[in-house]
Design a binder for this molecule. Structure first.
Ligand SMILES: Nc1nc2c(ncn2[C@@H]2O[C@H](COP(=O)(O)OP(=O)(O)OP(=O)(O)O)[C@@H](O)[C@H]2O)c(=O)[nH]1
Ligand SMILES: [Mg+2]
Length: 275
């Protein structure tokens, strides 16, 4: 058992002679997942890439992250995407030795993917000091990763790749997405009250200290995870910085923002307002 106050347990065993160690991971929500890859990996930064049907984007994204001059490991959390995203990641694991893959049994939402990602990285034999999350649809430019990491290191808390602070931009979003994102941010700002402009950006870097402090209080199913992590960080007075980024609407694959996800998000906000 890993000495950590979460509901995660690993058993590490050798899968075969050549490659990887495989760990079985028991998740809080009683679903089971198996982390494939070298669980003894040691890197300063762990990057969580949640994927649901990102076969058209994941390879290019991983290749570009690998080309950054950074000490990183990658953890892809795939919800058994029917388009074969996980198999592309397995192929990439043969090319790069710093990729972990957690395949969950079904689509369970971005919120639980990120939380399971946090728990998995913190449970490694050598956990990273900083944890980055980013979308796997190529909306976030890998070249922005070093900037959010530097900002998180300066503040030892959370750095957000911000589309709404000075210098931030959004390219190619529909009017509907622009308006819904702005409204979500206005409401989040009024209930959470952090001194930031972008509560819903998915490109961030957290210190592991911050993640350890909040992870057991994260129960978000879907996109509201982005606001909830900021709220939890604020409650504990962690430093939160913003770094301007340019967000480009995905060119390939489909958005996973469904009416169900929007309903979850609204119910989360209503809950906060009533608290
Ligand atoms: N594992 C997992 N990943 C998910 C799930 N839902 C979304 N994702 C991933 O989370 C990231 C963000 O999802 P998107 O569909 O791009 O949503 P978005 O960026 O908020 O919205 P768009 O602007 O419409 O693209 C992508 O990498 C998705 O593949 C899920 O249920 N499980
Ligand atoms: Mg997207």
């Amino acid at each position: 058992m890993v000495p950590m106050n979460t509901q995660v347990s690993y058993s590490i065993g050798s899968k075969n002679e050549t490659s990887s160690l495989v760990g079985s991971l028991s998740l809080e929500n009683d679903s089971c997942g198996v982390v494939e890859g070298n669980l003894k990996i040691a890197s300063e930064i762990g990057i969580i890439l949640p994927t649901y049907c990102e076969a058209a984007n994941i390879e290019r994204l991983v290749n570009e992250i690998e080309n950054l001059d950074m000490n990183v490991s990658l953890l892809v959390i795939d919800d058994s995407s029917p388009d074969g995203s996980a198999d592309i990641v397995r192929k990439l694991q043969r090319k790069y030795n710093n990729i972990l893959l957690l395949v969950r049994s079904k689509k369970m939402g971005l919120g639980t993917a990120i939380t399971d990602g946090f728990k998995s990285l913190l449970s490694l034999v050598n956990p990273p000091e900083y944890i980055v999350t980013m979308d796997a649809d190529y909306s976030h430019n890998p070249k922005d990763v070093p900037h959010v990491v530097s900002a998180a290191k300066e503040g030892k808390g959370l750095a957000i790749g911000s589309r709404y602070c000075k210098g931030g931009r959004i390219i190619n979003w529909s009017l509907f997405r622009l308006v819904t994102s702005r409204i979500a941010n206005l409401v989040a700002s009024s209930v959470v009250g952090a001194k930031i402009h972008d509560y819903t950006s998915g490109l961030r870097c957290y210190s592991a200290t911050l993640v350890k402090a909040i992870v057991n209080d994260l129960h978000s199913q879907t996109y509201e995870i982005q606001i909830e992590t900021i709220r939890q960080a604020c409650k504990r007075e962690f430093n939160i910085k913003e770094v301007p980024i340019t967000f480009i609407n995905r060119k390939k694959g489909k958005s996973k923002l469904t009416p169900n996800e929007i309903r979850e998000f609204i119910s989360y906000i209503l809950n906060l307002v009533h608290c």
